[in-house]
Design a protein around this ligand. Sequence first.
Ligand SMILES: Nc1ncnc2c1ncn2[C@@H]1O[C@H](COP(=O)(O)OP(=O)(O)OP(=O)(O)O)[C@@H](O)[C@H]1O
Length: 628
Amino acid sequence: MPAESDGDPAARVAAGPHPVHNLWRLRRYLRPYAGQFAWLLLTALAGTGASIAVPLVVQRVVDGPVARRDPAGLLHLGALALLLGLAEAVLIFVRRWVQSSSAVGMEAALRADVYAHLQRLPASFHDRWQSGQLLSRITTDLSVIRRFLSFGLLFLVLNLLTYAVVVVLLIRLHPVLGLLVAASAVPLFLISRQFARHYHAASRRMQDQQGDVATLVEETAQGLRTMRAYGRGPQLAARFGGAARALHDTGVGKGRLLARTSALLDLVPNLTLAVVLVAGAAAVARGVFTIGELVAFVTLQLMLIWPVQSLGWIIANGQEAATAADRIQEVLDTPPRIVDAPAAVALERPAVRGRLRFERVSFAYPGTAAPVLREIDLTVDPGETLALVGATGCGKSTLLSLVPRLHDVTGGRITLDGHDVRELRLDSLRRLVGVAFEEPTLFSMSVRENLTLGRPDASEEDVAAALTLAQADFAYDLPWGLGTRVGEQGLTLSGGQRQRLALARAVLGRPALLVLDDPLSALDVQTEALVEAALKRVLRECTALLVVHRPSTIALADRVALLDGGRIVAVGRHSDLLASVPAYRALLSAEPPPSEGGRPTPTNGTPRPGGSGPATGATPDGRGLVRS
Ligand SMILES: Nc1ncnc2c1ncn2[C@@H]1O[C@H](COP(=O)(O)OP(=O)(O)OP(=O)(O)O)[C@@H](O)[C@H]1O
């Protein structure tokens, strides 16, 4: 079970103590628009008041000028009805005008906050959440909330008020029939409550399924080439079809539930109306009710049809908004675990020497029992380049990711010039550490923007120097030079080109510490030699930790550390390790792995059994027995 602190999407956190609890928590986003919402309510109430007044004017017309055949009186009351109609139209216009700006503003503020929060959440959160689920939250869910706050909530308040005012007027016109209409609220309430309960569950299911579908679409778009190459189109289409069908079925189920409820909600006021017509006509016949009063009563009662009919839609909208708020809060409630410590300090580049130490560092991914790294002791001296080698999946990339605090160590500490990296300000740490990952991600922006991602203040000269260093001058020859947009994930560039741009990004601004995950893996032999030569120059000026797979790249390093079973089992010069550590030799050549006796064991300073020669194991200070 994944760690709760990572906001596990699979757990799909239940709503708060009440279904609308999370929706209520979003009220602070309405605060800046309190004035506008007050106007909204005021104009809506005034508009409703004007429309309620019309039947009362009609009553006066029927019982007055019409009964007395008085054209002058008819003119006055007609003009009044016209004025009321005009006022209602103006008020509706004002309400819609105010409504659009406030709701859209609130949605934009909430979206900005969710996005900013996503940026602060640790890598472990993003490892676990499907991007489609995040996408659907930040688009569909926010729109649902906006629709409810701008329409649903307003009409709910308005309709309830209209219902109450009209019922009071009806009771005043005819107490018995008025109370009958009031009593019809009971079945309406029961139907609505039942509907809300079922609709909430269906909404949650549908919104999650929308996220699943978005994830599948995104995965397919990203992996289109692989999918085609393996001829997996039909299988993926079937998988997508299954998810889309589930979404369709839930949608149909929701639609049917709404249809059933709407029919019931429609039935109640119409039945009441039938009773009122019969009983009202009888009362007029008995002379206890005037025709004008009956017309006014029926017209007022007809005004209740729409509020009742729309109740189903409003409840559905409210439930969807409550579900959307639950899903948004699942993200917002996940604490950003990697943040600045209260007394975090910033280090300036010129003052940093670049001594990197791993002191008994252990790390386990959230929700996993076995640690990937165990008690790592390793020191990289200022200006030194240390290559990290080890079998695939042994934890090299994980170790690297701990340096810029993409993950935090779960045991021990990492220091830079003696400062625990957790006590450094994150922005300072990430300016000091240049990073290039195995998968060189480029964003849908210009080459220049991609390069200056972490250093927006970099000058043209800095950019040019970084490009030359990374042998990435080809960027100037792109159709619009550095202004060329490199498409989603830089798909328009080759793997080697992307890797060189990622390398240029890492070395831009000459960081104190370079952390490179197999930086030359996608390069052809010739380019590799050029980049290697350039890298050599960069590496002279900073401390570097490189994950290396190919023996040729190891030449860049002063020392090499061998990672095995989550521990550093040997540290030393390449030639010495090659001579004395069979596991190292086996790893770099196609040699079969060493036998049990020759297998390096965790050392913690103890020379590895079977090892001979100088470079046989990491000393407690992690510096190895051999120094160049
Ligand atoms: N986000 C994650 N959550 C859980 N386990 C993970 C995660 N990322 C990596 N692992 C596991 O941690 C171990 C080390 O992975 P890592 O990517 O650090 O290995 P590596 O040595 O860099 O591999 P390679 O040489 O293939 O790049 C692997 O067993 C991997 O399955």
